[in-house]
Write a protein that binds this ligand. Structure first.
Ligand SMILES: NC(=O)c1ccc[n+]([C@@H]2O[C@H](COP(=O)([O-])OP(=O)(O)OC[C@H]3O[C@@H](n4cnc5c(N)ncnc54)[C@H](OP(=O)(O)O)[C@@H]3O)[C@@H](O)[C@H]2O)c1
Length: 430
């Protein structure tokens, strides 16, 4: 029998538990596919006597997960604790410095410290693998690094956060507010008690930074991403969107433009029947546009024990097979420092909702602001309303520069007849 790959698993929660389960239940199949067995040499978590859903009584327990980095009985470390810093970072750094390959699902760690970690891996020849860090069970990292490697990418667009997609889908299907649906999602365990990481777009930004790096050969730049979450999306906006033929999704978008690499995370209107417009609930999807291959769509479960562990174990199998690659495709020294794109340069169509007092001349005031900013109107919607109540005016534009749109919104917010800050949603053509 060939030499087994001995792994240490740090973190036995949702993903760690799923990883234990696959490694034990599929052990024979994995050994056959890798040409050598994968054995769990040691495990670690915070609490020793928790039920992990799998019998772990015969596996060596380590109180301190960081000790895996120097443990002679461990060839590769699987970090499933989480967090950009703290124990997870210390463990990964020490393991790589000691020449032990690392598998992690930790997008925050990779988005913030990926380059420093990749340099450590390069120095010692260890592998740093993070397929599970982006879109859970969807093998998008391997696809960008391997299967689509012959392409220049025009755009990468993803629904990368299942919690946000669940909330938006549920708001629309049950006709409830963001706050109501968020509370329900928290009760069901789909959203964290502290939801801002998800609903404010930060988690999507972490994943987008990693995808941008792989697609465009640059270092992940989380601080160069425009980020706007879904808290301001209302059922009213969804109803207007549907009337216009759109649904609303939180998208992470990276694209190559004449001004540099554009990276943005924000709610978007996409055609209801478009490939991303039909991705609902907790599902994730990523649409890639390559110059040679054209459009390729990946869709699947972006979180949960089974899907995420599926990607973790695939990375462990790469290590067992002796597969070698650079974490961000290119050696760190060759990663470009591309000029990044400011949102003011963005050109797209916009949806704009204004809550106004219905009186003669309001529309003329609004259109004169559009004229001053050279914004061309594409459509206009207004519903009947009760006398004395503010009315929603909905306008969509042809392609417009973001800076013009922002000036127009500032000017409109100052109008006496406009009752609340106008809300705009960008429209993405897919
Ligand atoms: N959940 C998903 O669907 C998903 C999807 C993609 C990526 N990820 C990523 O996967 C990683 C793990 O997520 P998860 O959802 O599995 O988290 P989780 O369920 O909260 O599990 C975290 C595990 O880490 C252990 N842990 C926490 N602090 C520790 C410490 N100081 N020392 C030792 N062990 C510690 C916990 O121990 P106890 O069990 O004893 O408390 C627990 O076993 C994160 O980076 C996350 O972003 C998760």
């Amino acid at each position: 029998m060939s030499t087994p790959l001995k792994v240490g698993i740090a973190g036995l929660g949702t993903v760690g538990g799923g990883t234990l389960k696959i490694l034990s239940e599929h052990a024979d199949m994995l050994a056959a596919r890798c040409g050598r067995p994968v054995v769990i040499s040691a495990i670690s978590a915070r609490t020793r006597n928790k039920d992990r859903g799998v019998d772990v009584s015969k596996i060596r327990w380590l109180d301190n997960p960081v000790s895996m980095a120097t443990d002679p009985e461990i060839d590769a470390v699987v970090e499933l604790i989480g967090g950009a810093d703290g124990v997870a970072r210390e463990l990964v750094e020490k393991a790589l410095q000691n020449g032990k390959s690392v598998v992690t699902a930790n997008k925050a760690l990779i988005a913030h410290h990926g380059i420093a970690l990749a340099m450590m891996a390069e120095k010692t020849g260890a592998l740093l693998a993070f397929e599970a860090a982006v879109a859970g069970g969807i093998p998008i990292i391997k696809a960008l690094r391997d299967g689509l490697a012959a392409n220049r990418f025009r755009r990468i667009i993803g629904i990368l956060n299942g919690t946000c997609n669940y909330i938006l889908t549920s708001m629309w299907e049950t006709k409830r507010s963001f706050d109501d649906v968020l509370k329900e999602a928290q009760a069901k365990g789909y959203a964290e008690a502290e939801p801002s990481f998800d609903v404010d777009g930060i988690d999507t930004a972490h994943k987008l930074a990693i995808l941008t790096s792989l697609a465009y050969g640059c270092a992940p730049a989380i601080d160069k991403i425009y980020v706007e979450g879904i808290r301001r999306v209302s059922l009213r906006d969804m109803e207007f969107a549907a009337e216009l033929g759109y649904s609303i999704k939180l998208l992470g978008i990276a694209s190559q433009t004449e001004h540099g690499i554009e990276q943005r995370v924000h709610p978007c209107m996409v055609h209801k029947e478009s490939p991303l417009g039909t991705v609902h609930g907790v599902f994730n999807a990523i649409l890639t546009e390559g110059d040679a291959v054209g459009t390729v769509l990946f869709e699947g479960r972006g979180a949960g024990a089974g899907p995420t562990a599926s990607s973790v174990v695939a990375d462990i199998m790469d290590i067992a097979r002796g597969v070698a690659y650079k974490p961000f495709t290119l050696p760190v020294a060759s990663l470009a420092k591309l000029p990044f794109y400011g949102m003011e340069n963005l050109r797209c169509s916009y949806y704009l909702r204004l809550s106004v007092i219905d009186k003669p001349g309001v529309l003329a005031e609004v259109t004169s602001i559009f004229k001053k900013e050279q914004i061309s109107l594409r459509s206009f919607l207004q519903h009947s309303h009760k006398p004395g109540e503010p009315v929603n005016l909905v306008l969509t534009t042809h392609d417009t520069q973001e800076s013009s749109m922002l000036h127009a919104i500032d000017a409109m917010a100052k109008l006496e007849s406009v009752k609340e800050k106008p809300y705009m949603i960008r429209i993405e053509n897919l």
